[in-house]
Ligand binder design. Sequence first.
Ligand code: NAI
Ligand code: MG
Length: 503
Amino acid sequence: MCATTAEEVELESSVRAFIDKPHQMLIGGQWVPAESGQTFDVFNPATDEVIAHAQSAAQPDVDKAVKAARQAFDDGPWTRISPAERGRIVWKIGELIMDHQEELAQLEALDNGKPISIARAADVPLAAELFQYMAGWATKLNGEQIGLTVPYAPGSEWHAYTRREPVGVCGQIIPWNFPLLMAAWKLGPALACGNTVVMKVAEETPLSGLKLAELMQEAGVPDGAVNILTGFGEEAGAPIAGHPDVDKIAFTGSTEVGRMIVDAARGNLKKVSLELGGKSPNIVLDDADMDKAIPGAANAIFFNHGQCCAAGSRLFVHENVYDQVVEGIADYARNIKLGPGLDPATQMGPLVSRTQLERVTGYLEAGKKEGARAAVGGERAGGNGYFVEPTVLVDVADDMSVSQEEIFGPVVTATKFRDMDDELIRRANETPYGLASGVWTQDISKAHKLASRIRAGTVWVNCYNIFDAALPFGGYKQSGWGREMGEQVLDNYTETKAVAVSL
Ligand code: NAI
Ligand code: MG
C-alpha cells in the first residue's frame, strides 16, 4: 500500500478550478472573506499535503451571518413564499447535486479521504435524496382542528386549531465524516420547514459544503436564507451556539462538544438537537447466516474507516461461532485495499486528519497495554497519509478503554457470549451511548426480542448502516437529543402554535 497511486482518478477541470480558487464564505447572498482576513489550511489526508485555504470565521462573521439570517426570516422573502415554491427550491437543490455528482464525489474523496466509489454510490446520492424527501414535507406541515374539553362559558362555541411554524434562525454545526451528507441532513429539513440557517462546516472538510452553497444559490435559495461559514469550533462554532438571535442549534459531533453546545444554548434557551457519539453493540447469534453476518459485521465497523457515529464497534459473538466470525472478519480485513480516496480501487482511505490518526493509534496502544491483542491490523499503515490498518481486537474485557470509549477508527472489539439472556442485554447496554445496534440471526423471535431490549435509536437486523431519508435516526442516552430524518425531524424545525377562537 502506498499513499498515492498511479490509478487515481484525474480531477475534472471544474473540480481543479474549484479547489484552486480563493475560498470565501456565503453570508447574506455575498461571497466574503473573514473579517479578520485569516485563513486556515485544508489537507489531503492521503498525503498530508495542503490543497486549499479556507476562511477562518470568528464572532464578527457569525454576527453578520446571524443578522442576514434574521433579516431573511423576519422580513422574508424565504418566509413569505408559498410552501409549494419552497418545496420546489429544496427539490432543485437535490437535482443540482445529482447534476454535479462526479464533482462532489471527487471533492469528498480528496478532502475527506473516503473512497470515491463510496462517495459516488452513497454520500452524493443520499444527500440529493434527503433534500428531495424533505422537499415533499414543505407542503405537508399541517396543523389540526381541536375540540376543547370544557365550554368555558355556557353555550359558547370555539374554533381551536394548531399551526406548524418554522422555529426561526437555525444554527447548524456539522462534522467531517460525511461532509456533504451531514450538511444535507441539517439543511434539508430546516429549509423545507421555512427556517433560515447559519451553518458552520467542519474545519477538516470545508470544500463540499462551499460547493453546495453555490448550488443552493443556483437553486433559488434567497439571499440570507442560508449562510455557510468555514472555521474552527471554538472561534466559529461556539459563537453560533451562544448567539442570542439564534432560535435553534443543531449539532453533530463529539459528546464532549455536545455538552458545551447545551451550556452555550442556555443564555437564550434556544432549542437544541444533538447527534453525538456511539459505541454500538453488534450481536451475532449462532444461528446467523454466516455468509451475510461476517461481511456484514466487518462492514459495520470498517465502513467509512470506522468514522461513523453508528459504527458497530463492540462485537458480541456467540461462543459456538466466535472463532469462525473473528477469523472471517480478520480475513475480510486482510483483503481490504487501502489507498487514497481518489483511486477507484480503494476500499478504505486514510483517516480524516492527523489528530484522528493520533487519537486512533493512541487507542490501539492503550488497548495493547491493557492486554488486548490484534487478531488482524493494529498498526498505522504506510506513507505520509493518515492510514490505519483495519483492526479486530480480541482478549478484551468490557471495562477496557477500547471497549468503553468511541475510537472513531477501523477498530472493533470482539467478545464472546454464551446465552441470549439478561447478561448479554446488560453488556450490550452497558455504555453511556445509545445510538445504534445490530443483530444477526435467522430466528425472527430472537431478533424482535433483542430489538425491543437494546437501548438505542436504531436496531439493524441482518444488515448494518442502512440510512434512509425516511427513517428517523438519533440517540438514546448520551448519544443525543431528538431525531434527524424521517417525519420526526420536523419536530426539530417547527414550533406548534395553538390558536383558540371564540366564535
Ligand atoms: P468535534 O465535536 O470537536 O467537532 C464537530 C464539529 O463541532 C466541528 O464542526 C467543530 O468545529 C465543532 N466544534 C468543536 N468545538 C466546538 C465548540 N466549542 N463549540 C461549537 N462547535 C464546536 O469533533 P472532532 O474533534 O472532530 O472529533 C473528536 C471525536 O468526536 C471523534 O473522535 C469522534 O469520537 C467524535 N465525533 C463524532 C461524530 C458523530 O458523527 N457523532 C462526528 C465527528 C466526531
Ligand atoms: Mg474537536
